[in-house]
Write a protein that binds this ligand. Structure first.
Ligand code: FES
Length: 115
């Protein structure tokens, strides 16, 4: 069976997986955290990822198209539904809680620099 490389940005973690593996499974094996609430049932929409280059994924399935609507045409996929079919790069969005903490720390640093 064919093996393909999936690269996760911005962590730059890579893993080789078999064709047909979901991005969520690949991410778990590569120890890249992708948030989920429905555990891969295409209902929480928390596992959205952005496609990079190359984009070696199977076309979105009916459920993914239904859930993502027009987002599917702007390079957004559901990690739990998107299946690998070639070498792929995926951009995983930053966890919203981590992003909020990072922004707050940056703001505090700026304030400290003023005094
Ligand atoms: S894990 Fe919930 S939609 Fe993908």
């Amino acid at each position: 069976m064919d093996l393909y490389e999936v690269k996760f940005e911005p962590d730059q973690r890579k893993i080789q997986v078999r064709a047909g593996t979901t991005l969520l499974d690949a991410a778990r094996r590569a120890k890249v955290p992708i948030r989920t609430r429905c555990d891969g049932k295409a209902s929480c929409l928390m596992c959205k990822v952005e496609m990079g280059q190359p984009t070696g994924l199977m076309p979105p399935n009916k459920q993914e198209v239904l859930k993502l609507g027009s987002l599917v045409h702007s390079g957004i996929r559901l990690a739990c539904q998107a299946r690998v079919n070639g070498n792929t790069t995926v951009i995983v969005p930053e966890d919203p809680l981590k992003a909020a903490i990072r922004k707050q720390l940056a703001r505090k640093e700026q304030e400290d620099d003023l005094f």
